[in-house]
Design a protein around this ligand. Structure first.
Ligand code: SF4
Ligand code: SF4
Length: 311
């Protein structure tokens, strides 16, 4: 059985391997609800109790189809980009409805970048705290690709956990190195905040060296859990072997990258939604900088012409 540990001072216990559900939804593998429920249930049976979703991932409704015995006992983290009190209220109500939960274990403000963006979300954060006071959310936190926000969490006692960009090469950390991120996570961990890591494989860039990349995250002592996207029971088994200190055979690396379809008209909508500033528009066509892109697929659902996909 995979180890479960206290998630900082939050009162929750989480498995060290967190099931990232972005892979299940329409932005990535687009599994049927039945397939998604099957693989999440399998993960639960194998001891994974921590599931990470988001309004953007469109996988909250998959979580909602899990059997009640799993749904009501799992630690489910979700997140929203909502930046006003009204929008955040709508998001939380939608999450409660889609996931068929009475209480959401963890709710994060999605992908905060700087002190300024966090300040701009103050009203939205207050709504999350309001829901927490009513007992409808247990733990409030942030997700981020930056060292700055990971550092700032310490100044906000109401933010009890942080979900940070983290991988052995420091890919995708927008404002610093992996060492900078490690330092801030250590501080948060010691302060009793729940800490968990995203993009251990840098959106597929480290697939060729997956064991080393994931082991680096497992061995980092200041993270309670590591979120890894999975879409098949064999991937659940492979990851669990690594977390149990075993030596599974190397993964078959299938490199992934974003493709812009020929019918792109260069409207620029996708540019605004790329957290890595990896998209520009040139000669009326979106262009992806593959050195910056972490294949998070956040842009794919934003294109009105469905031009963006992962290959
Ligand atoms: S949103 Fe779609 S059509 Fe517009 S620039 Fe991006 S890829 Fe092209
Ligand atoms: S181009 Fe798309 S997939 Fe790549 S980092 Fe930006 S939003 Fe994510």
């Amino acid at each position: 059985m995979i180890e479960k540990i206290p998630f900082g001072n939050t009162g929750l216990d989480v498995s060290r391997l967190c099931f990232g559900t972005l892979t299940l939804g329409p932005l990535q593998a687009n599994l049927s609800v039945q397939e998604a429920v099957m693989v999440m249930s399998y993960a639960w049976e194998r001891g994974i109790n921590f599931f990470d979703t988001a309004e953007l991932y469109e996988s909250q409704s998959h979580v909602g189809m899990l059997p009640p015995s799993i749904r009501h006992n799992a630690v489910i983290a979700t997140k929203s980009y909502a930046d006003t009190p009204e929008k955040m209220r709508e998001s939380v109500e939608k999450s409660l409805r889609e996931m068929k939960l009475d209480v959401i274990p963890i709710y994060l403000i999605h992908e905060q970048e700087t002190a300024l963006t966090l300040k701009g979300h103050r009203g939205a954060l207050d709504v999350l705290l309001e829901y927490k006071n009513k007992g409808l959310i247990r733990v409030v936190g942030v997700s981020t690709h930056t060292v700055e926000i990971t550092r700032l969490v310490r100044q906000f006692p109401e933010l009890e956990c942080v979900f940070s960009m983290f991988n052995v090469e420091g890919w995708g950390i927008k404002d610093g190195s992996i060492e900078d991120m490690e330092k801030e996570l250590e501080w948060n961990h010691k302060a009793g905040k729940g800490t968990y890591l995203m993009k251990a494989l840098a959106g597929g860039k480290l697939l060729h060296d997956a064991k080393r990349a994931i082991k680096y995250c497992i061995d980092f002592p200041y993270a309670h859990s590591v979120a890894i996207g999975m879409k098949h029971p064999s991937e659940v088994d492979w990851n669990i072997e690594l977390f149990e200190g075993k030596d599974p055979p190397p993964l078959k690396a299938v490199p992934r990258k974003m493709l812009v379809s020929f019918w792109c008209i260069g409207c620029g909508t996708c540019v605004r939604f790329c957290p890595q500033e990896a998209i520009t528009v040139s000669e009326n066509k979106a262009v992806i900088d593959h050195d910056k892109c972490v294949v998070c697929t956040y842009c794919t659902g934003q294109c009105p012409l469905h031009c963006l996909r992962v290959i």
